[in-house]
Design a protein around this ligand. Structure first.
Ligand code: GDP
Ligand code: MG
Length: 597
């Protein structure tokens, strides 16, 4: 295809502002997919994505569009992941295209992820077309939102396209804007092959599928390719494009976006951001800025039933085929037995993987408290990276401890600002900035990541009734007074409940945890002390009194079937418990105990 007839773009938006709906309309109105085959949210493939309304993996579609100038253009849309955990993937896929549609819900205005995503697009030198969506809603205020885009983001919104992705209003204008306002790609078809590895995933039939953007040169079936960072070489089996179903083609040239398969065994062998070239007569200049994505949040995953360990191992290996950014190492815990210590890009990523293990592989899991990576500086000058509080070395060997901190940007209506400031303050935040955009405040905080990984986002949503939006980036490590807090149940330490806490907060946190555990652990035939301790010192204690729990006591008369039902329920509940010494601790206790109200 002639370069001047190609337009490559992505859509950037805050969650729920209508990115997927717009993508569907673009696909549908150009006849890329016949109406009868159209299902909502074509590009959101995974169940979890649909349920949570988020896009996890980048997806792509190639659209043919006959423009008003009479010429037919090839439009390549790359749908980027919408969540902060996947910031690196977003920034790579942005570098594969030349422009962005900035979708803003005209009834909501600019939100935190609008900002984060649009700045990534600006960093990638994109031409940006603002699109105001949902103008069918009575609450839509397109003029005000245009002003806000100019004030807050600093881009011209005077010719923003006003649309309703739901009704289809304004979709032709979006297509014309893509052709007339976004630049065509550039590239040299005669130069050595240089292609960007934008994304990859595992397909049960084809093996690893690699999404590529050709920068220079040509890629053909049968070519021998080389990944410049991993140095691995492969013969190419297939190349093709997405419409959005896969369609094979003979060649991909500069400016084009498509896929290749090459009997690559694992997604791990395909690093997002890597440069692909020919094994012979290839380019020697890799694309700049490659970096592997690294896990920042760790937690233990253990099967509730120890007999499921092998199933869990298989399931983790299968998921890793598709997701190279999550790590897993075998771990043994005195209390929980065999399991895995897993690393994730962020908390959402953790939840997604845990849900998939439970749902798709039907394994009941105990998830231990998420932890960040601490830098433990020992008195002998060595530095340890601590992924698991249970592995903390002896206090006497430690000189000081550093923890990761983030810069968090929160946008919130004025009315809730006080609650947000209090929440950030409670989480050891340091305020960096506070500005206003209309009736919304934008606050920037420096916060310890460990105070955020757990339930910060839930708390933020609840104190602001869902009106706040949030985004963050890592800023580095800083020393603080951190200690390891242990929980003892019936005088036995439960390593899976160990956490790192700030010394000044340890007592309050310890008290809250033992009180929570007292509610969560069912009564037994004997008394159970529940304690929080730092080193050998007990800082909080509760006692669970002894009682025999007779669930059938409430049944008057002799309704046998009801009695049986209750007993079955009790049995099912027992299955989700884990025995610690003589004490049964329910699975949900491991997470709930750490939530702060
Ligand atoms: P995404 O998270 O940005 O991909 O947003 P979605 O496309 O999933 O849309 C979020 C919600 O907004 C869905 O319930 C859509 O049906 C709805 N929505 C999207 N566009 C419009 C629109 O133009 N008008 C109205 N009223 N609702 C819309
Ligand atoms: Mg979506």
């Amino acid at each position: 295809t002639d370069l001047s007839h190609i337009r490559n773009f992505s859509i950037v938006a805050h969650i729920d502002h209508g990115k997927s709906t717009l993508a569907d309309r673009l696909i549908q109105s150009t006849g890329t997919v016949a109406d009868r085959d159209m299902k909502e949210q074509m590009l959101d493939a995974m169940d979890i994505e649909r349920e949570r309304g988020i896009t996890i993996k980048a997806n792509t579609v190639r659209i043919d569009y006959k423009a008003k100038d009479g010429r037919t253009y090839v439009l390549n849309l790359i749908d980027t992941p919408g969540h902060v955990d996947f910031a690196y993937e977003v920034s790579r896929s942005m570098r594969a295209v030349e422009g962005s549609l900035l979708v803003v819900d005209a009834s909501q205005g600019v939100e935190a992820q609008t900002l984060a995503n649009v700045y990534t697009a600006i960093d990638a030198n994109h031409e940006i077309v603002p699109v105001l969506n949902k103008i069918d809603l009575p609450a839509a205020e397109p003029e005000r939102v245009c002003e806000q885009i100019e004030d807050v983001i600093g881009i011209d919104a005077s010719d923003a396209v006003k649309i309703s992705a739901k009704t289809g209003l304004g979709i032709p204008d979006v297509l014309e804007a893509i052709v007339t306002r976004l630049p065509a790609p550039t590239g040299d078809a005669d130069a050595p092959l240089k292609a960007m590895l934008v994304d990859s995933w595992y397909d049960a039939y084809l093996g690893v599928v690699v999404l590529v953007r050709i920068i220079d040169g040509k890629l053909r079936k049968g070519d021998k390719i080389k990944m410049m960072n991993t140095k691995a070489t492969y013969p190419v089996d297939r190349i093709g494009v997405f419409r959005p179903a896969m369609q094979q083609v003979d060649e991909l040239g500069p400016g084009e976006i498509g896929f290749l398969t090459a009997s690559i065994k694992q997604v791990r062998d395909t690093r997002v951001g890597d440069t692909i070239t020919h094994e012979k007569k290839g380019t020697d200049k890799a694309l700049p800025g490659f970096k592997p994505s690294i896990p920042v949040v760790f937690c233990g995953l253990f099967p509730v039933d120890a007999a499921d360990f092998e199933d869990l191992r298989d399931a983790i290996e299968k998921l890793q085929l598709n997701d190279a950014s999550f790590s897993a190492e075998m771990e043994t815990s005195a209390a929980l037995g065999f399991g895995f210590r897993c690393g994730f890009l962020g908390l959402l990523h953790l939840e997604v993987i845990r849900d998939r293990l439970e749902r798709e592989y039907d394994i009941d899991l105990i998830t231990t408290a998420p932890s960040v990576i601490y830098h433990i500086h020992l008195t002998d000058g060595e530095m340890l990276e601590l992924h698991n509080p249970a592995d903390m070395p002896d206090m006497v060997k430690i000189d000081h401890i550093e923890e990761p901190r983030i810069k968090a940007t929160i946008l919130v209506p004025d009315d809730y600002l006080g609650d947000v400031l209090k929440l950030c303050q409670d989480r050891r935040g340091v305020q960096l900035d506070l500005t206003y955009a209309g009736a919304r405040a934008m606050v920037v905080y420096d916060l310890p990541l460990n105070e955020v990984v757990f339930d910060f986002y839930d708390r933020l949503k609840s104190v602001t009734k869902g009106y706040a939006s949030f985004d963050y980036q890592m800023i580095g490590y800083q020393q603080d007074a951190l200690v390891k807090m242990q929980i003892l149940v019936n005088d036995e330490p439960v390593d899976a409940l160990s956490t790192m806490v700030h010394r000044d907060r340890a007592e309050a946190r310890g008290r809250a945890m033992v009180e929570k555990l007292k509610e969560l652990i069912p009564q037994h035939m004997f008394k159970i002390p529940i304690q929080a301790a730092i080193g050998g010192r007990i800082i909080a204690r509760e006692t669970l009194s002894a009682l025999r729990k007779d669930v059938t006591a409430k049944c008057y008369g002799g309704d046998v079937s009801r009695k049986k039902k209750l007993l079955d329920k009790q049995k099912a509940g027992k299955k989700r418990m884990r025995q610690f010494g003589k004490v049964d601790i329910p699975q949900e206790a491991f997470i709930s105990a750490l939530k702060m109200d």
